[in-house]
Design a protein. Structure first.
Length: 356
């Protein structure tokens, strides 16, 4: 009697265990409004990288906590969680669609806003007021963006995070109570000065790949990156594979074009490409070789867009954040008639992709 292929049998067993765990958790959430709210926040954290899974959310939060602790800035993690909770409370108050809310689609921009504000601004009492405002506005911006792009068949992605954070950071130059300690220097762009070329060493490649992944949550930590990859793999092995591939392609592309080495190894040219690779390769289109090539092309273009926006925003002294990812992914989603959309149910994040 033929037996199942061992790897296939193991995967099937792991999927069955995961389904059982999630079913048990869902049953608990259905009987408790408090647990349901916790579940919404966990799923919101996972949705930063398109994963509608509370276990993924826990691992992502662990990555954020470790990255913040290791960098000596625990208040950054606290700010992210605070903005996340405020965003979801605001969504509840606005009476948004419950399916989208329960999938975590109104909180993922909020946690990014909180992390960014606490990363770029000095910690003081007004920072926490700013974080609360940012969390609330991110939910409103999410709802508005979803309404605006829906006729085009696009998703909001992290545009609400980018817009909200840009406005709040730009405003600090007009306020004396908020100081940007980690914001870029705002000088008028001058002619480009080429950097001294150097071979890309293996350790530099590995560091650049890991930090490209961890910088999605504004962290420069190899441990955080590994936790994020595990979190992706828990819900979608394909998403984990595209995240790693996207990071590798981003590092190699940036090196090929002669980008500053510190930006490459620090992951600062790779975090947006990582998101693009996941979005195009494992979320919005049905994964196959054509889609993989398309996603990797989008990843290369996102590296270029990252460098372009870094230059364009220099006079304003604000970071590009994930704007390159949003811009390129929107461009690459518009010709969707050339590819099959991801089948319903193949990825939890796709369930509400019209909103996401």
């Amino acid at each position: 009697m033929p037996t199942a292929d061992p790897p296939a049998a193991r995967v099937a067993f792991e999927e069955a265990v995961m389904e059982k765990i999630l079913a048990g958790w869902e049953s608990l959430c259905a009987s408790s409004s408090t647990l349901r709210f916790v579940d919404i926040n966990l799923r919101s954290t996972g949705q930063v990288m398109f994963q509608d899974n509370p276990l993924t959310g826990i691992l992502f939060l662990a990555a954020i906590a470790w990255g913040s602790y290791a960098a000596g800035v625990p208040h950054v993690a606290i700010a992210g969680v605070l903005a996340l909770v405020v965003a979801n409370l605001t969504a509840l108050w606005l009476r948004v669609d419950r399916t989208a809310l329960h999938a975590g689609l109104f909180g993922y921009n909020g946690i990014l806003v909180g992390l960014a504000l606490a990363t770029f601004l000095s910690p003081n009492a007004l920072l926490w007021v700013y974080v609360v405002i940012g969390g609330a506005v991110s939910a409103i911006a999410m709802l508005g963006t979803a309404n605006a792009v829906k006729p085009l068949g696009l998703s909001s992605l992290t545009f609400p995070f980018v817009l909200t954070t840009w406005l709040l950071l730009l405003a600090t130059y007009g306020f004396s109570g908020l100081v940007g300690t980690a914001l870029p220097t705002g000088n008028v762009v001058a002619a480009f000065h080429s950097y001294e070329a150097s071979p890309l060493k293996l350790m530099d490649l590995v560091q650049g790949v890991l930090q490209s992944i961890s910088q999605v949550f504004l962290k420069a930590s190899a441990v955080a990156a590994l936790l994020l990859v595990i979190g992706l793999a828990v819900n979608s092995p394909a998403a984990a594979a595209f995240a790693i591939a996207g990071a590798i392609v981003a590092v190699l592309t940036a090196h090929l074009f002669g980008a500053e080495s510190e930006l490459i190894t620090g992951g600062l040219l790779g975090f947006s490409p990582v998101l693009t690779a996941i979005a195009l390769g494992a979320v919005f289109y049905q994964t196959n070789w054509r889609v993989a090539i398309y996603a990797l092309l989008g990843t290369v273009v996102t590296v270029i867009a990252q460098a372009a926006l870094n230059v364009a925003l220099t006079p304003f002294a604000i970071p590009a954040l994930t704007a390159p990812f949003v811009l390129v992914t929107w461009i690459f989603l518009l010709p969707r008639q050339c590819f099959e959309p991801a089948a319903a149910g193949t990825d939890d994040a796709v369930k509400a992709r019209a909103t996401r």
